[in-house]
Design a protein around this ligand. Sequence first.
Ligand code: GLY
Ligand code: MN
Ligand code: MN
Length: 470
Amino acid sequence: MSEQPETPGAATHDPDRPAALLEFMTTGWAVREDPLPEPESAAPYRAARRAALAQHFPGERLVVPTGTYQTRANDTEYRFRPATEFAHLAGSHEPDAVLVLDPDGSAVLYQAPVMDRSTPAFFTDRVYGELWVGPRPSLEATSARLGLEARPLEELDKLSGPARVVRGYDPRVEALFETDEEADAELTTFLSELRLVKDEHEIAQLQQAVDATISGFEDVVRQLDRAQETSERWMEGVFGLRARVEGNDVGYGSICAAGAHACTLHWTDNDGPVRDGDLVLLDMGVEGYELYTADVTRTLPVSGTYTPCQREVYSLVLDAQEAALAACRPGADFLDPHRAAMKVLAEGLERLGVLPDAHAALAEDAQLYRRYTLHGVSHMLGLDVHDCAHARQEVYRKGTLQPGYVLTVEPGLYFQPDDETVPAELRGIGVRIEDDVVITEDGCRNLSAALPRDPDAIEQWMARLRSSHA
Ligand code: GLY
Ligand code: MN
Ligand code: MN
């Protein structure tokens, strides 16, 4: 009898497993008879996306892997998050799965089958074993839920020949086929552009993510006192709780930036103090169960009341955001909201005594205002926080807005604490206001409108939440 048979997925610190134990572990289990799940409401929308993909590349094999676990350290993995292209077209959350559109346009999902209890791996494999991580869905259940033919992953190995593959997720899958770098990049670009217009199901998903995000902001405001006793991390943790309970996770690392940390655009260390009298910039988004994410920012007074100076800067950013929102309509340039906001900000910076001449600062060959505005006003939003990132410039950044586009509108002003070009009383103030809008037939709809933006409304909202702890 072998004392230590090979045990796939085991860690070096696991106790030895005698063959007799492994044998014993594979017997005596009742047969499971799980009913098949209902089809997901997203299934027909995903089928329509696959049909559009097949139509764009007729007669070709198209391969979309979801990727696998990323190692955090040694034998510990990060929580798996499906590849965006795969999630958009297939919807399974299982690692290692691969969607293949055959040359005739039919779609097959290759997925690891259930690791059943007839082999010891279900007990030894820390990454995939059922006793370690829970049961995986059967191919039949996956097929019923997603409305897709599902086959065992090992059958993928029988495929070969020319194909376009979405690269960057699964090198093993990339190596199976004869591919061309440029052709594969065209596939990724097409899939990014396919996500530009959101269908009604996606807009409903984004609204759910935004609604959960608004609840998360309320949670944080209710617990601002605890953050003052501890650090910015309290806010990150409180929001993270909402994100994990009402969604899949946060859609990006929460930015919980008190005081001058607000001048660091992506402050995610979140380890600073939260002081009365300071502002706190909160840029946070819940990623929903189907992986669509919100991306919302509010800049709040820790005390509950903006100082006159903070209010002046805040109101200027709000005016810029209003100008940008007014420019969000079909047919407008993607950059029109940005241009509208920058004009308002530059003129306001002149009034604040930061810029001597707004007109000169706005000149194309100068753009000096950007020392204080730092970033663009919009990006596409969807399954990725910075969605559609592989779309061509001419249809995204240099294109026009279309009904169904979902984008952020997020101007900001950032006065670094050691910036000698800025009046002393403004230094260390950072303000961003960010909402998520969908372009409609005649303008836009603000998905995050229920979260107050007006400074008076914010003060009243904070007072209500902090007095009632409701
Ligand atoms: N939260 C990242 C961004 O606003 O783009
Ligand atoms: Mn954003
Ligand atoms: Mn943001």
